[in-house]
Design a protein around this ligand. Structure first.
Ligand SMILES: Oc1cc(-c2ccc(F)cc2)cc2nccnc12
Ligand SMILES: [Mg+2]
Length: 214
């Protein structure tokens, strides 16, 4: 049977990246997506903005919504101190299976917990199931119609604290207008836009960084 794009992406990681070297995994995926097959990873340009936000914040507790093949999981986890924890939620079982292997190839499995299932089912269970009080940093990169309901759900579940940073991918392309309107107009957030490009293309896209004010 034909291989899938995520499987071909994993093959490229195994072929070109060094085990235990996250940067080589990132470079192998970016090369694959630029020269072989486009894939919906955040990519190198927006990825550098993600890196700077994470490095400045030094978060202990991180939630990622939307793992896909684990590219941004590796980008974030490589910057975390060993005691920090990244929980990443992925709805698609095939993507999750690939992401586990990409994360393991990068040698970051000790600080990453990949959970398969729907964000709306798992967000309410973060406290009792993972012992999480609040998150320091949340990266939103899953289904665009889930950004706003999941953000409101995280608020209602008490998972955000004064200073929690939300960073959302694809706020222009494919676009999340209802989420943008909310975080830019709510008195509970201080929001700003980082203009960039859709991964591996010249199309405009960007990241929205929103600090929860409590
Ligand atoms: O970064 C992304 C890009 C796209 C995407 C697909 C097709 C296009 F034509 C343009 C953009 C979809 C995404 N879905 C979930 C998470 N991230 C995504
Ligand atoms: Mg994205």
């Amino acid at each position: 049977t034909r291989s899938t794009r995520p499987q071909r992406l994993l093959n490229a990681v195994r072929k070109h990246a060094t085990r235990g070297d996250p940067q080589s995994v990132i470079s192998a995926i970016d090369h694959f997506c630029r020269h072989s097959e486009w894939a919906m990873n955040i990519g190198d340009e927006k990825g550098s903005i993600l890196d700077s936000v994470v490095s400045e914040l030094n978060p202990e507790k991180v939630l990622e919504l939307g793992t896909y093949c684990g590219y941004s999981t590796v980008r974030i986890a490589r910057l975390l101190p060993p005691g920090a924890r990244l929980i990443t939620l992925e709805f698609n079982a095939d993507y999750a299976a690939i992401a586990r292997q990409v994360i393991a190839w990068a040698g970051l499995e000790d600080r990453v917990q990949l959970v398969e299932g729907a964000s709306e089912d798992w967000i309410p269970r973060m406290k009792e199931h993972f012992g999480i009080e609040t998150f320091d940093f949340v990266f939103l990169d899953h289904w665009k119609d889930r950004y706003l309901p999941d953000t409101k759900l995280m608020e209602d579940c008490g998972l955000l604290r004064k200073g929690t940073v939300l960073l959302a991918d694809n706020v222009i392309c494919p676009g999340v207008p209802d989420y943008l309107q909310y975080v830019r107009n709510s008195l509970s957030y201080k929001s700003c836009y980082f203009k960039s490009h859709l991964e591996y293309t010249k199309a405009e896209d960007g990241l929205e960084k929103s600090v929860f004010l409590g």
